[in-house]
Write a protein that binds this ligand. Structure first.
Ligand code: SF4
Ligand code: SF4
Length: 343
């Protein structure tokens, strides 16, 4: 079977049914007036006409609240890790790359994270090109682009009535082999030309031109830069940017005990380096006592430390933090400030 196939959107339900039998399938769907990645069942309406979801899809692999053990009196039980493999349909290229960043953090450091590894390792990722990127998108500044195939097993291009699907990994090629009953067609030259034109038009819509990796060496000399104080005059330290960010991965471990019993659960929950409690020690000392120190950590981690530790940028240019920050802190402006020598 060819590496590039076409599927008419009217036949999409056949693919969804096939995926649903074999995978825990997630995709973009409207929930309470908002598009989010959620479980997709046959008959559900998939929304391919969205820009970025408000929440990133990272919680499919990195649950916001993850039980890691249950205890009762003197016995301890760890939750089973077995599950159906996960498939995600129509992940945007920034989010697909973000999953790769998280995979490095959770599997290539000193410790292997079994919860992440158990879900991401066997997953099947269908990325979709962004035909009309948002004004807040800057994936082109982070080594990607609206049609980047990084992190995709199968890459989709929406050409109107049909999707063009390209297998980009061994898993993607294998999927085409096993899914032979889906109503695939061979794309003709016009289909492929249309896909190429859509890609070229999308790239032109991105207005930012800076290169985020160039900031690393500047940041290394910017520990005491007064810009951190200037930013902190605006930032509320609310942590929203970290919660929405597809690559942020700080977490806390807490025990929750059922009152009046010796029974409870130990959970891992998302945390944020923007919170003062994140680094406060039992003595009360806090090595990052100010918003300026915490904001510096956020930027340094994404654009400096993760490159040292894992060879990747910790930002994929999704623009969620730009879109949603309640006081309009714009990471692009901060990065450009450093590049223009103001930082
Ligand atoms: S969302 Fe904005 S205000 Fe909230 S912590 Fe992030 S930068 Fe600060
Ligand atoms: S820092 Fe902002 S733009 Fe970059 S990946 Fe996180 S949410 Fe997206």
């Amino acid at each position: 079977m060819s590496k590039i196939l076409k599927l008419e959107k009217s036949k999409l339900d056949g693919l969804i049914q096939f995926l649903n039998k074999r995978y825990e399938l997630f995709g973009p769907k409207e929930i309470n007036g908002q598009i989010e990645f959620a479980r997709i069942n046959p008959g559900d309406e998939l929304r391919l006409d969205f820009l970025n979801t408000v929440k990133s899809p990272k919680d499919i692999f990195f649950a916001q609240t993850q039980p890691i053990l249950h205890y009762k009196d003197n016995s301890v039980k760890e939750p089973a890790l077995k599950h159906k493999p996960v498939a995600i349909f129509a992940l945007h290229p920034c989010d697909a790359q973000a999953m790769k960043v998280l995979d490095k953090v959770f599997t290539q450091g000193k410790y292997l994270d079994p919860y992440w590894d158990g879900r991401y390792r066997d997953s099947l990722i269908f990325s979709i090109g962004c035909n009309t990127p948002a004004t807040t998108c800057f994936c082109n500044c982070t080594g990607l682009g609206p049609f980047s195939k990084a992190g995709a097993d199968i890459f989709l291009t929406d050409i109107g009535d049909s999707l063009i699907l390209e297998a980009c990994s061994e898993k993607g090629i294998y999927f085409f082999k096993i899914a032979e009953d889906v109503a695939w067609k061979e794309p003709d030259d016009d289909d492929l030309k249309k896909a190429e034109q859509i890609k070229e038009a999308a790239q032109l819509l991105l207005s930012e031109k800076f290169q985020a990796q160039d900031i690393k060496s500047i940041l290394e000399k910017s520990w005491d830069n007064p810009v951190w104080d200037e930013i902190s005059n605006r930032c509320l330290s609310c942590g929203l940017c970290s919660y929405l960010c597809p690559t942020c991965h700080c977490f806390d471990i807490q025990d929750e005990k059922l009152p009046g019993t010796e029974q409870g659960v130990r959970i891992r929950i998302w945390d944020s380096c923007m919170f003062s409690l994140f680094t406060r020690e039992a003595s009360g000392h806090n090595p990052r006592p100010s918003i300026a120190a915490r904001f510096r950590q956020r930027v340094m981690h994404k654009f400096n430390y993760l490159i040292d530790d894992f060879g990747v940028l910790g930002c994929v240019g999704c623009g969620r933090c730009v879109q949603r920050c309640p006081v309009n802190v714009d990471i692009r402006e901060i990065l450009k400030g450093f590049l223009n020598g103001k930082g």
